[in-house]
Design a protein around this ligand. Sequence first.
Ligand code: MN
Ligand code: MN
Length: 463
Amino acid sequence: MSEVMKERKEKLFAKAKNGYDVISEQDKAAMEAYCRLYRDFLDSGKTERECALRTMQLAEERGFVPYRRGMELKAGDKVYTVNRGKSVMLAVIGKKSLSEGAHIVAAHIDAPRLDMKPTPLYEDSELAYFKTHYYGGIRKYQWVTIPLELRGVVALRDGTVVHVALGEGDEPKFVINDLLPHLGAEQSKKPLGEAIPGESLNILLGSEPVGESGESERVKLHVLEKLHEKYGIIEDDFASAELEAVPAAMSTDIGLDASMIGAYGHDDRVCGYAGLQAIFDIDVPEHTAVCMLADKEEIGSMGVTGMQSAAFDTFIHDLCDSQNVLLRECYENSFCLSADVTAAYDPNFAEVYEKRNSARINYGIGLCKYTGARGKSGASDAGAETVAFVRRVLDDAGVIWQIAELGKVDAGGGGTVAQYMANRNIATLDAGVPVLSMHAPFETVSKLDCYMTYLGCKAIYEA
Ligand code: MN
Ligand code: MN
């Protein structure tokens, strides 16, 4: 190539590079340290409740205090509030008035899983099972024949809440069985989405009967006795329980180069943790920094702990009240990074991606101007000016980033909390970590992208 052509191209062509060609040795070391902490966070929280609890503990260690309505707040003050144990909002008060807007990172800490039905326990053929109802978009065939744990709460009639964690560490695990190939001829002919029906996702709980032979439901009784012994619960208590089956596998480095992390729940704890660690690491920001860790994103952000809940507005309204600022004025000047994962280009399934507009592993935090399906249906479609703002902030902070769509046009689609933030009159852009096997019981991300997402969140808070 002639020098002249090289110059002409360099001037005008986009310069996307693999992050490893750009990242400094110092950043690489920081990335490893960050990812170790992220893995600890993942392993200490496999449900939204556990993540909220761990977030609270970490926040308190970092000097955050529970927000009380009417509290006087000054620049640099750090507060948090937990919504019903499942969602957390944290803020560091900025130097500027809230009338000039807050800089928000909104991620979610719920993840696809299997919830227990209200009447879950039954015995069939002297085996005891739990009936489940899947939560979020799962590919059902991925949830059979893997070790599972049960986590959650049982709220008793008197209001006591019992925390359940079964299958941790060396404890016995649970499993959903699948057909053996020898008898699977008919099942194998079915489309992938139909081969494992939702009603067959029944969790095996036990096989040892108790009491005298000839009695019925002896295995079910054994299971109930075990649960009663451990938690003091009876069968009727399942009515007011939230029990979740989650993969038992713990996070692990992936690849000979250990450049990636495999785990359950990257979507979206990988962005939630980035937003959280970033708010811990900022000094007194110009704009008030807000980290929102929402629940219920995987089922549409509904409900009292979802992003559509007024809980977020109430929290920001309260902060505004402390400065005699109108909430609507704060919102119209705010910016939100909707920090959620995106699909990473997978060469094994190239047909569903459009290569020029796909997020790539190790190319940094992936911006998404729009999500949605078909003709951008359901997308909040960030304005060009909003994208330009983020470009500038990320470039100025030296953050490696890319911009992408979620797969080919008409190949499918998805959504995030972005639209609910945008509906509040907050300029919002999606950005997050590209994930391989998203929504699977074991998802893969790259360490470089995790770290760049952390740096990106930090840059947004500090902008
Ligand atoms: Mn997500
Ligand atoms: Mn998701």
